[in-house]
Ligand binder design. Structure first.
Ligand code: NAD
Length: 265
């Protein structure tokens, strides 16, 4: 049976992960894409994190190249695209997975914190598209997938995070419409509560809340039996949207959240 991404060239921004007991979204997406036949360029500002993902992919017989770049720096975004063209000659799939929040949700939060969140969640995406989209336009083909969050459409107190992820959703939908005529599709995944190192180890570390207690609390908030999802749930959604199976799907913001965003009241 043909693999779902056979022959495709994919770039994943944020393909490493912070250390933790489980797998992160960017790494799971990269590993799954490689399993399905894509050659994956693993971009991360921390080269060792991307390198760990490469090792995992190569152990399974897949092909991947790590590359160090900070997506908040426009000249580094340009280098990502130049390197991918030099290595593979095209970009079929582009995933922008990076994202960050800030614990300070008051209006008095330092402007620098606001800027950090917006630079990573939104400005880097705009920078990357400045270089990726002309390539896809020329190809007459391309699939863009962005990792947003159900925070974009929910009542989270996270001010900058919510606003930036809502911006990502709107930006992606505009891109989907503006570039549809060139055969470019753009979609967003909105993860809910996932059991990833970023969410569990990250929040537990930052707040001092016991890890197991945090997991229990997050599990209880998810309507679907089983509690939190895993990065593989995000990765399978990304695989579908990236693949030609979704060739008529563009401009969609897909919750991957065990019905959490569907529960009102
Ligand atoms: N885990 C959840 O519960 C959850 C829920 C909703 C949304 N999300 C979204 O998932 C995404 C992250 O998931 P993850 O599990 O892969 O996170 P992660 O933190 O484990 O991995 C992200 C990788 O991105 C890299 N990175 C960060 N900033 C970068 C930059 N400026 N340039 C290049 N690389 C950079 C990091 O070094 C890291 O290796 C974010 O967009 C986040 O908002 C997660």
């Amino acid at each position: 049976m043909a693999k779902r991404l056979e022959g495709k060239i994919a770039v994943v921004i944020g393909a490493g992960q912070r250390p933790g007991e489980t797998i992160g979204n960017g790494r799971a997406i990269s590993v799954l894409f490689a399993r399905e036949g894509a050659k994956v360029m693993l971009v991360d500002r921390i080269l060792e994190a991307a390198e760990e993902t490469r090792v995992q992919i190569e152990k399974e017989g897949g092909e991947a190249v790590p590359f160090q770049a900070d997506a908040t720096k426009i000249e580094e975004c340009q280098k990502v695209v130049e390197k991918c063209l030099e290595l593979f000659g095209r970009i079929d799939i582009f995933v922008y997975n990076i994202g960050t929040g800030d614990a300070n949700n008051s209006l008095e939060m330092p402007a620098k914190s606001w800027d950090t969140v917006f630079n990573i969640n939104l400005r880097g995406l705009y920078y990357m598209y400045r270089f990726v989209i002309p390539v896809m336009k020329k190809q007459g083909y391309g699939s863009l997938v962005n990792t947003s969050s159900i925070a974009a459409i929910s009542s989270t107190p996270m001010l900058a995070y919510r606003a930036s992820k809502a911006g990502m959703n709107a930006f992606t939908q505009s891109i989907a419409v503006n570039y549809a005529q060139y055969g470019i599709r753009a979609n967003v995944i909105m993860p809910g509560l996932m059991n990833t190192p970023m969410a569990v180890d990250g929040i537990s570390g930052a707040t001092g809340v016991d890890r197991e207690a945090l997991i229990r609390k997050r599990n209880e908030r998810v309507p679907l039996k089983g509690g939190m999802g895993s990065a593989w749930d995000v990765a399978y959604a990304a695989l579908f949207l990236a693949s030609d199976e979704a060739k008529f799907i563009s401009g969609v913001c897909l919750p991957v959240d065990g019905a959490q965003s569907a529960r009102v009241g």
